[in-house]
Structures are given as structure tokens and as C-alpha cells.
Design a protein around this ligand. Structure first.
Ligand SMILES: N[C@@H](CCC(=O)N[C@@H](CS)C(=O)NCC(=O)O)C(=O)O
Length: 233
């Protein structure tokens, strides 16, 4: 049976209290999903700041927990059967935390799959498309003269936003009740601001999506999760 001491990431980012969940993250749209969920669920945890610099995410200690060199990742010292478990991929972390506590995953078995459906919409669609939009609109890709990559991701972001706009016409949260699907989706909507891309994706033509983001950001657990761990150490 693995023990907590077997996780060599703890050599570089030591746990002050090894009995609580250890979060390795940075306040990006993917990173804050884990901290917001931990805050919403009231689970005790310790947050370690792992920046996106190679010296952190590509260190041997971090790679020992996530060979895919991306935050967020967690260790739960009290996982299934009381054994420690290490996890990466924000969607997997959200499902794990929701199942551990029996919260934020819908009230019925059918609801649970509606939540997972929208979670996958974020993991496979909204997140990757918005991420590419950021690259081609704001970061290094913006220097590329060929307009096709930029137009492609602007178009996809617009399309996905309009899917959400329609879905939110008659409900406050994407799967009915507030759930891990909202915790996955809403931080990426904030990302559009950071990319300076709200204008090109037609944000001002939307009504339900901006109101949804406001609702999300009013939650105290969201406000705490958005700054955990802190950006500046
Ligand atoms: N599919 C992954 C994506 C995680 C991800 O892209 N993390 C970024 C920050 S938002 C990262 O760690 N980048 C560092 C790198 O790629 O070196 C998840 O949802 O957890």
C-alpha cells in the first residue's frame, strides 16, 4: 500500500499537515477549478504554489505526481480504502472531490451524468478552444500573419458561448443545480478578459452568460478559490 511519504513531490513542496489534501496549483482557469471545489466542499487542504515555469512543472518532483507537467494536481492522504491517492487532470479531480463528499454532482444518478456531460463540454471543448484563442489572439500566435488559426478559434469560442447562452436561458446553473460543471466552465469565461478577447467573441451580445459569470463570482468560496494559492507566493 502506498504511503504519503512515497510521493516525492513532498520533498520539494513539504506538507505542513500531511493528514489533509495537498493541492499543487497556480491561479489559472484550470488551477482554480480545484481550489474553488475544495473551498465549496469545505474540505481541509493545503495549497502549494507551483508556477508554470519549467523549473516547477517540469521538475522531477512535480513530474512524479503528474507526468504531463500541468497543474492542478492533488494528493489525498485519505483516498479510497483509506489509502493515499495522487491525481491530475482538473476534470478527474473535480469528479473525485464531488464523489468523496457526495456534493456538487447532482441529486440523482441521471443528474450526475448531466453534470459530467457539461464537465466534458468544458474539458474537451470550451477549455481547449479558449486556450488556443488566447495563444493566437494575445500571445505568441498573434504574430502569425495568416488569419486562419485566429479566425478558427474566434469562431469556435463564439459558437461555444452561444451554446451556453441558449442553455442558460431558463436556468441559473448549466446542469440545473450548482455543480462541478459550473466550477469547470466559469473560470474559463473569466479568461476571455485576460486575453482581451471579449470584443471579438461578441461578449456584449450575450445576456445569460455574463449574468451566469456574475452569479458565480459572487460566491464566497469562488472568491477564495480564485486567489489560492496566491499568484505571487
Ligand atoms: N487538461 C488539463 C490542462 C491543465 C493545464 O493546461 N494547465 C496549465 C495551466 S492552465 C499548465 O500547467 N501549463 C504548464 C505547461 O504546460 O508547462 C487539466 O484540465 O488539468
Amino acid at each position: 500500500m502506498p504511503t504519503f511519504a512515497d510521493f516525492s513531490i513532498t520533498d520539494r513542496w513539504p506538507a505542513a499537515d500531511p493528514s489533509v489534501i495537498q493541492l499543487y496549483s497556480f491561479p489559472t482557469p484550470n488551477g482554480v477549478k480545484a481550489s474553488i471545489a475544495l473551498e465549496e466542499l469545505g474540505l481541509p487542504y493545503e495549497a502549494h504554489r507551483v508556477t508554470l515555469a519549467d523549473a516547477d512543472v517540469k521538475s522531477s518532483e512535480f513530474l512524479s505526481l503528474n507526468p504531463n507537467n500541468k497543474i492542478p494536481a492533488i494528493i489525498d492522504p485519505n483516498g479510497p480504502n483509506g489509502e493515499p491517492i495522487g491525481l491530475f487532470e482538473s476534470g478527474a479531480i473535480l469528479i473525485y472531490l464531488a464523489e468523496k463528499t457526495g456534493k456538487l454532482l447532482g441529486a440523482t444518478e441521471a443528474d450526475k451524468y448531466h453534470v459530467i456531460k457539461w464537465l466534458m463540454f468544458q474539458m474537451g471543448g470550451l477549455g481547449p478552444m479558449f486556450g488556443q484563442l488566447g495563444f493566437f489572439y494575445k500571445f505568441a500566435g498573434s504574430e502569425i500573419e495568416d488569419p486562419r488559426p485566429r479566425d478558427r478559434y474566434i469562431g469556435e469560442a463564439k459558437r461555444l458561448l452561444n451554446v451556453l447562452e441558449g442553455e442558460l436561458a431558463d436556468k441559473d446553473w448549466v446542469a440545473g443545480e450548482y455543480s462541478i460543471a459550473d466550477i469547470a466552465i466559469a473560470p474559463w469565461l473569466r479568461g476571455l478578459d485576460f486575453y482581451g478577447a471579449k470584443g471579438v467573441v461578441g461578449w456584449d451580445d450575450l445576456k445569460n452568460v455574463p449574468a451566469y459569470l456574475d452569479r458565480f463570482q459572487e460566491r464566497p468560496a469562488v472568491q477564495k478559490g480564485l486567489v489560492t494559492p496566491s499568484r505571487d507566493g
